[in-house]
Design a binder for this molecule. Structure first.
Ligand code: MG
Length: 470
């Protein structure tokens, strides 16, 4: 190409490139709103856009089409409480006390997320954000642990899992019967507004609908100022319930009905953002807390081609179908970089210009390079804990399992592996073919990561093992 043509192209194209890069630069947007939609026990394979053949998710499919579909996005644990603690604090549960021999918090728990932890909501509040938590909390239901004591201006939701406070009355048969008869009364779970119980048992047939209405109202009321909405659905954790409009509508049966109502809910949130003129200044993230609860057969979801589900450190337990949406800011596409719910904290802080905790070890990385096509993703490793033990580590495409155990079967299924099992998650996403013998150097490299990680670990008291004396 001649010098003249080069010069011509530079003069003509340079301003265009600059305009484009400015348009896609988060710095040009002042304090975007941040919405995290978090499901409970949704499997990697449960959305149309992630390949489910019969569950219809037109809103999520469109969200993925307009945004980014992340195919290597992880949670911090394979069950509810520690996973939620990881998202909210940007730290592994092993650092914040939200893991233990009891795997989640129960109604007789007296522990919860400690005040010394900093939450995303608290960080964003330092930058002037309005904050709301709608839905499942599960980080402590006693007053001192509730969302309104952790940086949220308001709370509306069931503070733990929707199958808790089970009332085994005379007519109790089993969960299947309760779902078939649409009898939510067996689960005497409270519905709270801020610190008050306003309904008990919570009417679960309308819970997704009401969480949605509450979220839409919050968005409308805060359209003039930056806001953070954490919408954490109680479903599709069993028992499964839907509002009447979604009853018996899905080819996938009741589980499909529930997912299709959540899809409707996502559509309502995105439509509200569009109608209020907020879409181009709002980043929405959709994901879930852990994989499908496979022991519930057809009432549990599917991890697609990933191995196993909820409760395990196989990929099906901790990799989640994740979508980022921010029209005009996020370049649409499929992202295979690694990401984690723990990364949402630093990413949100960066976008909001909020203070990022500097006095503690954080486990999240800023996702901006991947989101805004600025360069290589920053996350290179993922630590898979179960209770307080490290079961597996992923580094780049390789994952080593030191311990494997099925979801709930107990110690007879627990196996230690030395050398560890080794899988290449690119070539073998289903973790079928152990290649440890061929790659001692990869295992040695991963062991170095483990040493580095463990040398700086300080493990606090388990909040999950604190319970009322019987
Ligand atoms: Mg869960």
């Amino acid at each position: 190409m001649s010098f003249k043509i080069n010069l011509f192209l530079s003069v003509i194209l340079l301003p265009v490139l600059l305009v484009n890069s400015c348009k896609n630069s988060p710095e040009s947007s002042t304090q975007p709103n941040i919405v995290i939609i978090f499901c409970d026990d949704l499997g990697y394979g449960d959305l149309g856009t992630f390949g489910h053949p019969t569950i219809r998710t037109p809103n999520l499919d469109q969200m993925a089409e307009e945004g980014q579909k992340w195919t290597n996005f992880y949670v911090g644990a394979s069950v509810c409480t520690p996973s939620r603690a990881a998202l909210i604090t940007g730290r592994l549960p092993i650092r914040n006390g939200m893991c233990g021999n009891r795997r989640v918090l129960f109604p007789n728990s007296i522990g919860g997320l400690q005040k010394s932890e900093i939450t995303i909501a608290e960080a964003l509040k330092t930058s002037g954000y309005a904050t709301a938590c709608v839905g499942k909390w599960h980080l402590g239901h006693l007053p001192e642990y509730l969302p309104t004591n952790h940086g949220f201006d308001s709370y509306f939701g069931i503070p733990y899992s929707n199958d808790m406070d089970l009332e085994r009355t005379e007519d109790w048969v089993n969960h299947d019967h309760a779902m078939k008869e649409r009898k939510y009364q067996f689960y005497n779970v409270p519905l709270m507004r801020d610190r008050e119980i306003i309904e008990r048992p919570a009417v679960q047939t309308t819970i997704t609908k009401r969480y949605t209405e509450e979220s839409v109202k919050f968005i409308r009321e805060n359209k003039e100022n930056p806001f953070f909405l954490y919408l954490a659905h109680n479903l599709p954790h069993i028992p499964l319930y839907t509002s009447e409009a979604f009853q018996d509508t899905s080819l996938r049966g009741l589980y499909g009905d529930v997912i299709e109502e959540i899809d409707w809910s996502v559509g309502q949130v995105l439509e509200t953002l569009r109608n209020e003129g907020l879409a181009e200044n709002t980043m929405v993230v959709f994901t879930s807390d852990n994989g499908p609860w496979l022991v519930f057969d057809q009432h549990g979801g599917s991890a697609g081609l990933l191995r196993e589900g909820k409760g395990t450190t196989w990929e099906g337990g901790m990799r989640e179908p994740t979508i980022f949406w921010w029209p005009g800011m996020i370049n649409p596409g499929v992202v295979a970089d690694m990401g984690s719910t723990m990364d949402l904290f630093p990413t949100a802080c960066k976008l909001a210009g909020a203070d990022f905790p500097a006095d503690r070890i954080m486990d999240g990385v800023d996702l901006s390079p991947s989101l805004f096509n600025e360069g290589e993703g920053l996350r290179k490793t993922m630590f898979y804990y179960r209770r307080t033990e490290l079961y597996a580590v992923r580094k780049d495409m390789y994952k080593a399992h030191f311990i494997t155990e099925s979801a709930y079967a107990g110690d007879d299924n627990l196996m230690h592996h030395n050398p560890p099992l080794l899988f290449h998650l690119g070539h073998d996403p289903s973790e079928k073919y152990n290649i440890a013998e061929d790659h001692p150097e990869i295992i040695a490299d991963i062991m170095l990561e483990v040493e580095r990680h463990q040398s700086e670990l300080v493990i606090p008291e388990s909040q999950l093992d604190r319970k009322k004396s019987e």
